[in-house]
Design a protein around this ligand. Structure first.
Ligand code: ARG
Length: 478
């Protein structure tokens, strides 16, 4: 039986409670062991709040001074890992407030004037996410740069282009990799757009309805570098759509990385033997001495599942929550933190790995030769001589069947053999049947002709260069 004493005491909110929470409930409801990650952002938010409180005359100069010096001590303790986090204080906010009050007395208790943990935590997460997002965007830009540099080296390296994983038409490796550059650039745009909605200030919303203190929200916004203040207090303390949006952008990015991973894994298999990933990014087998496994792309492919899982978790967490704040929202942190860490690491390791891949050009070219990759070119050749495309398609299909039986590629058939299918075929057909001829003929913006690929990649690289300086400056300022 619970003892009926006022021993919920010690809790910041214990005034109205006569029975303490059980140890199990305490552990179940506490978040300090994961939300302490927000500590420095919590202090940053508190200092801005205190500064503003003193400016509007709610807090004395002396209190502000004490809060600043107390917070400086706490910050130092946290940074040097000496801070004593306690389960009894439930979460990061109450741990810091408790310590502040221990250090400076009543001024510590006045800090929370005009504020609730509801708008406090919403502010902390936004500060945290903005900071992490700026790092992530920088890593993504560096990965994009690494991918574009790799692609540019291979603007004219021939490889088979696939549909249905069957050889379709010859392309260049540069063209193939540029496709990923495009995906990563769109990912960057998505994150940039998402950042706008993260970068708004909830403080001043208090528990749900705002506060009667004459707070200057605009001032706190400026102090914390937010672009705007939230426009509805109920919404500001309760919705986590900015975190969901971030995880959704992160999921799309991880899907792109997982597609690239899949290709790298296939290309490194001895059947393809198109590439070799640097030793630093592979591991061996404990039983099969000959093995070199592409662990990094395999893990990235696997980790995409984890990030998508977090997105599903957050969506489900938010679903059907009535306004305004509910404790459900405490569960937003672990999936968000893990998404941030997973994406940050994956981007950095991919950035480095893409700079350490050897390409077996001869094997790639040989594979393009083996799959009748120039069949469409032969059909187009016939169309240009006046044969309707559907008939040309039929003629080429027969030629392919014959070549397949003989074990040669289309350009291995003699002119006489080709003429059997159409008398319109002349010597000049070999110009289109070669891989080079085929590649150079696809000379439209966005197409695979080396000239076009080079141009597209130069444009990508100059966009990257423009952005790199901006992103570096921003990542170091938040
Ligand atoms: N630890 C809480 C969270 O992460 C802080 C807000 C608590 N608010 C409350 N009304 N109990 O959501």
């Amino acid at each position: 039986m619970q003892k009926k004493i006022n021993s919920a005491k010690g809790k910041t909110w214990s005034g109205r409670f006569s029975v303490p929470t059980t140890e199990l409930v305490k552990t179940y409801t506490a978040s300090v062991f994961f939300d302490k990650k927000l500590a420095l952002f919590d202090i940053q938010g508190s200092l801005a709040h205190a500064q503003m409180l003193s400016e509007v005359g709610v807090l004395s100069q002396k209190d502000l001074k004490d809060i600043k010096s107390g917070m400086a001590k706490i910050k130092k303790e946290i940074e040097t890992n000496e801070f004593n986090w306690s389960l009894d204080s439930e979460d990061v906010h109450l741990n810091i407030e408790r310590k502040l009050t221990d250090l400076i007395g009543d001024a510590g208790k006045r800090l929370h004037t005009g504020r609730s943990r509801n708008d406090q935590v919403a502010t902390d997460i936004r500060l945290y996410l903005r900071h992490e997002l700026d790092n992530i965007q920088l890593y993504l830009l560096e990965l994009l740069s690494s991918c574009a540099t790799f692609a540019a080296e291979h603007f004219d390296t021939v490889m088979p282009g696939f549909t249905h994983l069957q050889v379709a038409q010859p392309i260049t490796l540069g063209h193939h990799l540029h496709a990923y550059c495009e995906m990563f650039e769109r990912d960057l745009e998505r994150f940039e757009d998402c950042r706008k909605r993260i970068n708004r200030l909830p403080l001043g919303s208090a528990a749900l309805a705002g506060t009667s203190y004459p707070l200057n929200r605009q001032r706190v916004m400026e102090l914390l570098g937010f672009e705007d203040i939230s426009r509805n207090s109920l919404d500001a303390v309760s919705d986590r759509d900015f975190a969901i949006e971030f995880c959704s952008c992160a999921s799309i990015l991880m899907i792109h990385l997982s597609r690239l991973s899949e290709e790298l894994i296939l290309w490194m298999s001895p059947r393809f033997n198109f590439i070799e990933i640097g030793d630093a990014f592979c591991t061996g087998s404990s039983i099969m001495p000959q093995k070199k496994n592409p662990d990094v792309p395999e893990l990235a492919r696997g980790k995409s599942g984890r990030v998508i899982g977090h997105l599903m978790g957050l969506l489900t967490l938010m679903k059907a929550q009535p306004l305004a704040y509910n404790k459900d929202n405490q569960e937003d942190k672990e999936p968000l933190f893990d998404t941030v860490e997973t994406v940050s690491q994956t981007l950095q390791v991919f950035r480095d790995m893409l700079a350490d891949i050897k390409v077996n050009k001869a094997n790639m070219e040989q594979a393009a030769k083996e799959g009748f990759a120039t069949a469409t070119d032969l059909a187009d050749y016939l169309v240009k001589k006046g044969i309707p495309f559907r008939d040309a398609h039929e003629i080429v299909a027969k030629a392919v069947l014959n070549a397949e039986k003989r074990g040669v590629d289309l350009d291995g058939l003699s002119l006489d053999e080709l003429k059997v299918y159409s008398t319109l075929i002349n010597k000049d057909v070999y110009e289109v049947l070669t891989l080079k001829g085929s590649l150079h003929s696809r000379d439209l913006p966005g197409a695979t002709a080396p000239k076009q690929v080079k141009k597209a990649l130069n444009q990508t690289l100059s966009r990257i260069k423009k952005r790199l300086g901006q992103f570096q400056a921003r990542a170091s300022s938040t």
